[in-house]
Design a protein around this ligand. Sequence first.
Ligand SMILES: Cc1cc2nc3c(=O)[nH]c(=O)nc-3n(C[C@H](O)[C@H](O)[C@H](O)COP(=O)(O)O)c2cc1C
Length: 324
Amino acid sequence: MNRICETLSINYPIIQGGMGNISSSELASAVSKAGGLGTIGTGTMSPDEVEKLLVDIKMLTSLPFAVNIPITVTPYFKEMCELVVKHDVKVVSLSAGNPSPHISFFKEHGIKVICVTASVKHAMKAENAGADIIVGEGFEAAGINSSLELTTLTLIPQLKASVSIPVIAAGGVGDGKGLAAAFVLGAEGVQMGTRLVATKDSPYHSNYLDQILQSKDTGTVIVGRSVGKVRRILKTSYSSMIEEAERNGVHPNDFAKMTAEDKHIIGAVEGRLEEGFINGGQVSGLINSLPTVEELFVTMIREASETLNDQSLQFNKFKQPNNG
Ligand SMILES: Cc1cc2nc3c(=O)[nH]c(=O)nc-3n(C[C@H](O)[C@H](O)[C@H](O)COP(=O)(O)O)c2cc1C
């Protein structure tokens, strides 16, 4: 039995990454209904806004889902913890900050804790503090990123070697090959963001979805290195404007305004791509279809299985060189 499926009571070891501020109970419930774990991201939303999403998703499905709380991003950390308990949420994912002081609170309420990390040190700290699952997020990923900039390919095996709780790979996974690769590296599940945005169950603006579908290998850019606030977004005229501001030595406060959550909503939900940004991971270059979440998961599982079988046949054919 796969430890992720067992711990989270799901069919497929596939979880939705938090998508704060543009979270949708429809998309999260579609992920849970398709056999994965849907996630309601809280971002900087108010407790009332999040509570509405929780009420909505519970009307759409009785299956488990998670709530993502980005620790240093939300102004309402305490209120979010209370909401999770009040609504009997089974799983919480903690990102963007040090989860260690908070894990025991959730454990005392019987809630499973997933910690999103981007380094071995942080993963080990989270395990010691009682986390159930580690998400290792490589810098291929969409959205707020670690300034450490480790890739998924190198991060996952090192996490696997350093913690005994199961590891989920995030950043760059969008198909069955990515799923298979994550497992070969030692992950027991995957977390996806960008690929789930580009589905028929996604409520985001068609301009956002089109941008992912048209994206090539170099279709995303990291902004914010100059101010220590690293974020991966899709290349648009708005991202060029942010880059230009950084080249001109933008003040951190002005950068914060340009990448504030209202600008995310303008881009992702309203589709005004000249006036707001859209998060997107490097996996965008691999995405050229708009399946339902259910179709996506079924295809991914089949493709992962076929890929692993094909590859093992190929490796059997290699022969050791005769150096004599
Ligand atoms: C639109 C969007 C919003 C995101 N917001 C959050 C967030 O609020 N909290 C968080 O921990 N991660 C956030 N992420 C990152 C995802 O949870 C996930 O880890 C990441 O997208 C995985 O990489 P991928 O895009 O290559 O699949 C966001 C990603 C996207 C695409």
